[in-house]
Design a protein around this ligand. Structure first.
Ligand SMILES: Cc1cc2nc3c(=O)[nH]c(=O)nc-3n(C[C@H](O)[C@H](O)[C@H](O)COP(=O)(O)OP(=O)(O)OC[C@H]3O[C@@H](n4cnc5c(N)ncnc54)[C@H](O)[C@@H]3O)c2cc1C
Length: 224
């Protein structure tokens, strides 16, 4: 994963809602291609925003971005997208992500914290190996000692030394949702799910099916 900071060349503030994405127009040898990237930072009144790009082997867009030099200019179009959360939404949130699917959820979390939100916000992040855990230190610090921010990681191929959760995120959603719901009676949690299609569909199906979560409380963004 490569974390990248961009800044509008005209110096104007870059305005967006937490959870939105931008289209980057990448000048590849075979012609321009557009690729979408969720904004990883919280909205601010500055020209800056952050992205996090997974290197997909043989993927022209992500490989181009991984090779981009510091100081380069890229044409971006946006912001776009309806996968958003109002910073002061009082409903508890269960953020579920794999890989760089964590980026829009990070933006939502920081936007809420900056706005002084009191809502419980729990993060469930899934990866294969321990070295694939994104923003680990940041989320660990944010959740340490907090009674409303909780951070859980599950590894599908964790080493023997891994003492945390194991398996896919969907195996941990029922337990976490039940706990979060019990903690906030009268304020049913919203689920924000982001990542690749396979995980997003599985969790959405689980939430709306077996777990009986109202569709209005299940928000999804797919990367493929
Ligand atoms: C709304 C939206 C937001 C997105 N936000 C991000 C983001 O914040 N960070 C990011 O890295 N990508 C993000 N993507 C995916 C991104 O747009 C590209 O698809 C990705 O960079 C691969 O492009 P490529 O040209 O390298 O490979 P392609 O040849 O276009 O894609 C090859 C395959 O790579 C897989 N793939 C796509 N994205 C990922 C990923 N993130 N991790 C692992 N495998 C992937 C898919 O299965 C795809 O079929 C987002 C996509 C959408 C639709």
């Amino acid at each position: 994963m490569r974390e990248m900071i961009f800044e509008r060349v005209d110096g104007a503030p870059f305005l967006f809602d937490a959870g939105q994405w931008v289209n980057l127009v990448l000048p590849l040898p075979e012609g321009d291609v557009r690729r979408a990237y969720s904004i990883a930072s919280a909205p601010s009144s500055t020209p800056r925003f952050e992205l996090a790009v997974t290197r997909v082997s043989g993927g022209p867009g992500s490989e181009y971005l991984h090779g981009l030099e510091v100081g380069a200019a890229v044409h971006a179009i946006g912001p776009h997208g309806l996968f958003t959360r109002a910073p002061l939404d009082p409903a508890p949130a269960l953020f579920i992500a794999t890989g760089t699917g964590i980026t829009p959820l990070r933006s939502m979390l920081h936007a809420a914290l900056q706005a002084g939100s009191e809502a419980p916000m729990w993060i469930l992040f899934g990866a294969r190996f321990e070295e694939d855990i994104l923003y680990r230190q940041e989320f660990t610090e944010l959740s340490r000692g907090s009674d409303r921010i909780r951070y859980d990681v599950t590894l599908s191929q964790g080493a023997a030394s891994w003492s945390g959760r194991r398996g896919y995120v969907q195996e941990h959603v029922p337990g976490l949702l039940e706990e979060l719901s019990a903690r906030s009676p009268g304020a049913p949690p919203h689920l924000y799910i982001c990542g690749l299609e396979r995980m997003v569909s599985a969790v959405r199906q689980l939430a709306r099916g077996t777990l009986g979560v109202d569709r209005k409380r299940v928000h999804v963004e797919r990367y493929d």
